[in-house]
Design a protein around this ligand. Structure first.
Ligand code: F6P
Length: 350
């Protein structure tokens, strides 16, 4: 048997741990040959690959990024010629199945390719922690740790200068990173994409704190917007490859521009950006990613294709890709962490 593995979409801490676990698990349990496809589906369409043996995946657990490279544009479903190229290479490589590690878009491709004869198993990844039917995605814990550290650092400088410090996190349309890091990093205000915020409420907190503590820390998710306001879009990219063409970013600066003329304190904005995606995964993410990878290997052995690995009630499981494709898990009003935040006096902006 020959099993392929590829990483598609944006990178995320823990990808190498998944590649390592898939490879080691399949090598140990059924002695199959593992083929690493380079740069996601681009490599499958172009026939770029390398053999992954025990040696190739040793010593990569701690490393950020993906040893295979990734692409968030390549889409073998974009045209008949692209599909034929990808299927042709899979056939000439003799791939019996493909383990596809990626986000939403990549999972949709995996589903489409399975329907066209290349049997895929999906492993979801994202720092955003917004995968439907999956309570925790690897990479999220690392991103939360990075943002938490940034908030801690911003606290001391904000305190020294008596400033309002705004820290913008990633997460797209889901506020999990901002919420968890905001609580862990002692933010005074947490603003989330799921609930439009009232700028006057935020201003009131800053004014009150100007009188007492003299500094305020605000943690804002990149998809957050004021009541009646627009989403802040940093730029639009072209739609080739089916990836979301919208690049979010800039909400921290927008809020700063609104707050500063209304306060006596200075306001500073920090956009953390891709530092949240890079670097070594936390021990928690290494363990979770290893479980995800090992479980994908079990699904391959069971022949459960067109399914995606998932974590539910603390246990690894599988869900048909078609059931979760295109859906996101966002924060709802009954999320217990919201109540915790509110009850300890964190302003959620509404
Ligand atoms: O989905 C993961 C994510 O990091 C989002 O939080 C962020 O909005 C987006 O990807 C950034 O994408 P890119 O790396 O293409 O700019």
């Amino acid at each position: 048997m020959r099993i392929g593995v590829l990483t598609g979409g944006g990178d995320c801490p823990g990808l190498n741990a998944v590649i390592r676990a898939v490879t080691k698990s399949l090598l140990r349990q059924c002695g199959v040959e593992i083929i690493g496809i380079e740069d996601g589906f681009a490599g499958l369409m172009q026939g770029r690959w390398r053999r992954l043996d025990w040696q190739a995946v040793s010593g990569i657990l701690f490393n950020g990024g993906t040893i295979l490279g990734t692409s968030n544009r390549a889409d073998p479903l974009a045209s008949e010629a692209d599909t034929a190229a990808a299927l042709g290479h899979a056939r000439s490589l003799g791939l019996d199945a493909l383990v596809v590690i990626g986000g939403d878009g990549t999972m949709a491709i995996a589903h489409g390719m399975t329907q066209r004869g290349l049997r895929c198993v999906g492993v979801p990844k994202t720092i955003d922690n917004d995968i439907a039917a999956c309570e925790r995605s690897f990479g999220f814990d690392t991103a939360v740790a990075t943002v938490t550290e940034a908030l801690e650092r911003v606290q001391t400088t904000g305190q020294s200068h008596s400033r309002v410090m705004i820290v913008e996190t990633m997460g797209r349309y889901a506020g999990w990173i901002a919420l968890e890091a905001g609580i862990a990093g002692a933010a005074d205000v947490i603003l989330l994409p799921e609930f439009d915020y009232d700028p006057e409420r935020v201003l009131a907190v800053c004014r009150e704190r100007e009188q007492r503590q003299r500094y305020t820390v605000i943690c804002i998710g990149e998809g957050a917007k004021p009541i009646g306001g627009e989403l802040t879009i940093e730029r639009r990219v072209d739609t080739r490859g089916g990836a979301d063409p919208i690049r979010l970013g800039g909400v921290a600066h927008r809020l700063r521009d609104w707050l500063e003329p209304r306060l006596s304190s200075e306001v500073r904005a920090t956009v953390l950006g891709h530092v949240q995606r890079g670097g070594s995964p936390t021990p928690f993410d290494r363990v979770l990613a290893t479980q995800f990878g090992n479980h994908a290997a079990q699904l391959v052995q069971q022949g459960l294709f067109d399914h995606m690995v998932t974590l539910r009630d603390g246990r690894m499981g599988a869900v048909p890709i078609a059931e979760v494709a295109g859906q996101n898990r966002r924060i709802t009003a009954d999320e217990p962490l919201l109540a915790t935040a509110r009850q300890i006096g964190i302003c959620l902006g509404h």
